[in-house]
Design a protein around this ligand. Structure first.
Ligand code: NDP
Length: 419
């Protein structure tokens, strides 16, 4: 019997929860808790008659460790799935430690207020040590490793698609296809069209912060940082077609560098259309992407939060989005002394995802791996204590679960490489 507490009830959480209900043999009891309880109640109401899983709901402000602790104490889950926002990672990890419960999330920590002077001072120091300037980095959560280890608990970080499945693909390539991997290019292509001139397909604040930051990649033992969107390539994606893509900093590069021995280069590319980029540039130029509060008519307003209120809710894009995503990793390296190249990827159809769970493919490709990661922890297939990322675990049962629950992988042994 596994009781699981899910925190957050947005686009990704709603998919993960529906998928937990499909694996009702493992997930017997679910508590859906979020800041807005009405959303949890609405989802629970929808699922109640369709699943044997016993579902309850709660209100929680996960920025407050004490509130999370009392909810965990009351509900007594075996695992907390944090599918709220990266801002809550540390408070929820603290609460899990205090209550002796396993933890997982889908994105690594970043603070909501990047202007906070206390946080800023630590960030400036870490930025120099780390060699890249993204607000998100693993150091905050890796710092919990010993405490989780001592407590005999598992914390699984970043178990969505990217981060998440992309790291499982790397572990799989290393286990089955290569003796040594030299380069990894992670390609994230969204070929979907929602018909709006501008909308983000997951939380707008988190998405725009990520995309407007300087890009960086790992090469020959160090980070190379470049201005935002300054490295552009095109690629012909199976089932999508030719797309423009841009190099971004992305969190899994940081952990893969630690865990793929001898790796020479890792880059991450994401596709963007002209309309998205033009809107983003314009919003940035007028200050709408700023996290620094401004006073407007006597009230404090954070520009990017106000922008979020104006943009379409990513959870509402499902019925309008057509087309496919294609996300995966291209590897080069050696097997039995011979050079080889290999591509592992998944193609997901927005409308098929919508028909199954009422969400577009971005939420689907994140929510399914979140559930599969939870399945690995609950079933004991992934049981290392401490704080870990996906590539540290055996990829095989996880990739089997992905196939069972809607994200089968494809492979190519002769992919076109990215220049
Ligand atoms: P949404 O904005 O749709 O949902 C976030 C949810 O968290 C909402 O239910 C929100 O409540 C809740 N929440 C926010 N703050 C708090 C709080 N203080 N206490 C309790 N609940 C809170 O986001 P998404 O579903 O799009 O994204 C969820 C996570 O998935 C994010 O961390 C995102 O970065 C990550 N992600 C990871 C990907 C990957 O591949 N690894 C890809 C895409 C997303 P309310 O309704 O009140 O706002």
């Amino acid at each position: 019997m596994s009781r699981v507490l899910v925190i957050g009830c947005g686009g990704v959480a709603s998919v993960a929860i529906q998928k937990c209900c499909q694996a009702g043999g493992v997930f017997t009891d679910l508590c859906i808790a979020s800041r807005t309880k009405a959303k949890c109640d609405a989802l629970a109401g929808l699922l109640m008659d369709r699943t044997p899983v016993r579902i309850s709901t709660a209100r929680v402000d996960a920025d407050d460790v004490e509130q999370v602790k009392s909810l965990i104490d009351h509900y007594q889950p075996k695992l907390v799935m944090n599918i709220a926002l990266p801002y809550q990672d540390l408070t929820i990890m603290e609460a899990c430690l205090a209550c002796g419960v396993n933890y997982m999330d889908t994105a690594n920590y970043e603070p909501e207020n990047t202007e906070d002077p206390g946080w800023r001072a630590i960030y400036e120091k870490r930025r120099k040590e780390a060699g890249f300037s993204a607000y998100f980095d693993y150091s905050w959560q890796w710092a919990y490793h010993e405490r989780f280890e001592k407590a005999g608990l598992t914390a699984l970080l970043g178990c969505g698609f990217d981060p998440g499945v992309t790291q499982a693909y790397c572990a799989y390539a290393l286990k089955h296809e290569f003796d040594t991997i030299d380069t990894i290019d992670i390609l994230d292509c969204n070929g979907g069209d929602h018909g709006y001139p501008f909308a983000t397909n997951f939380n707008p604040e988190v998405n725009l912060r990520e995309v407007s930051a300087p890009g960086s990649y790992w090469e020959d033992g160090h980070w190379v940082e470049v201005p935002p969107m300054s490295i552009h390539r095109t690629y012909d994606f199976e089932d999508v077609g030719v797309k423009d893509m841009y190099l971004l900093h992305h969190e899994e590069i940081e952990s893969l560098v630690r865990h793929i021995p001898g790796i020479k280069r890792i880059r991450f590319f994401m596709t963007f259309g002209d309309s998205y980029l033009n809107h983003m540039k314009c919003l940035e130029n007028v200050g709408m992407l700023s996290t620094k509060p401004v006073i407007y008519e006597g009230r404090e307003v954070v520009p990017i939060q106000f922008l979020k209120a104006l943009l379409p809710d990513p959870a509402s894009l499902g019925p309008r989005t057509h087309g496919k995503t294609n996300i995966g990793c291209i590897f080069t390296g050696k097997k039995d002394g011979k050079e080889k190249r290999y591509y592992l990827y998944n193609v997901c159809d927005h409308q098929e995802a919508y028909r199954e769970v009422g969400s577009q493919a971005i939420s689907y490709t994140t929510g399914v791996p979140a559930m599969c990661g939870a399945l690995m922890v609950l079933s004991g297939k992934w049981n290392a204590v401490g704080v870990h990322t996906v590539e540290e675990f055996d990829p095989d049962p996880f990739m089997d679960a992905l196939t069972t629950y809607g994200l089968p992988w494809r492979e190519s042994r002769d992919p076109v490489l990215v220049e």
